[in-house]
Design a protein around this ligand. Structure first.
Ligand code: CDP
Length: 252
């Protein structure tokens, strides 16, 4: 631990370094249908994180030998822009991006009715434009909204959040300063909110059993808050599209 870390009081009178309560999310803003070329898209801001997600498909899987005659394949591409972090990131996808792409794609596969689209791929692109911890869960939340925007049938929207422990306290949605705290624990979690089925769960650090139970409960509640914001954004986009349609109809 260096001197600077020692000086930070991560939780003081129930307030965190950025003034949030223990179980408070950073501000989240979601815009639907922001990329015309894509079949579905989403721009999401989550605290300082800025993320663009675009979905293409289901479309024929090529080359043909990758096709699965029983279901669609999900290709999830998580990428951090070179300018999204303080040190210039190599544009080449690294191990971290590959791992995040794999686990996030698997999480989405749990939600999509893949068997409806044999021999196809659903390509999901998630670009992190600015980052401050929690980008994999924010990316997954954006991707799920983009899938819904593309009209791809799903059991539910995947909602995701980070939960963890800093300075002995279980907290929701850690920012970068908190993630860098000594002995911090970080747990990205994603669920299908209606059934509470967990579709992504990772953990960096150690927790006691009672802390884990508290973290899981807080994570599920956090996911449900994100879910409400995702649904509100989708509803708003579709009501606006409906209105535009009506105006066009009337002008004919
Ligand atoms: O973003 P997330 O919490 O899902 O993943 P992480 O691997 O725990 O990274 C936490 C944060 O570290 C990211 O959100 C970035 O802000 C930062 N980071 C960085 O500065 N440089 C990298 N090459 C990777 C991550």
């Amino acid at each position: 631990m260096n001197v600077k870390e020692k000086e930070i009081e991560y939780v003081k009178n129930g307030k965190r370094v950025d003034g949030r309560k223990i179980d408070e999310l950073r501000p989240i803003k979601i815009d639907v249908g922001v990329i015309d070329r894509a079949d579905g898209s989403c721009y999401l801001e989550w605290g300082q994180n800025k993320i663009m997600a675009a979905v293409y498909g289901p479309r024929e899987a090529l080359p043909k030998h990758i096709q699965n005659p029983y279901r669609a394949l999900v290709n999830y591409h998580y990428r951090m822009a070179t300018f999204s972090v303080p040190d210039r990131k190599s544009p080449k996808p690294g191990r971290r991006e590959m791992e995040i792409s794999k686990v996030s794609g698997e999480a989405l596969e749990k939600a999509i009715f893949l068997e409806k689209y044999p021999n196809t791929t659903i390509d999901v692109f998630v670009e992190i434009l600015d980052s401050n911890a929690g980008t994999r869960v924010a990316g997954l939340a954006a991707a799920s909204v983009a899938l819904a925007d593309a009209g791809i049938p799903m059991k539910d929207i995947v909602a995701a959040v980070g939960v963890g422990k800093i300075a002995g306290e279980v907290v929701l949605d850690l920012n970068k300063t908190e993630e860098d705290a000594p002995d911090a624990v970080d747990i990205p979690i994603a669920i299908l909110p209606r059934t509470e089925e967990i579709v992504l769960l990772q953990m960096d650090g150690l927790l006691k059993l009672d802390e884990w139970k508290k973290a899981l409960k807080m994570g599920i509640e956090g996911c449900k808050k994100v879910y409400e914001l995702q649904k509100t954004a989708l509803r708003k986009a579709y009501l606006e599209a409906e209105k535009e349609e009506k105006v066009k109809e009337n002008a004919k």
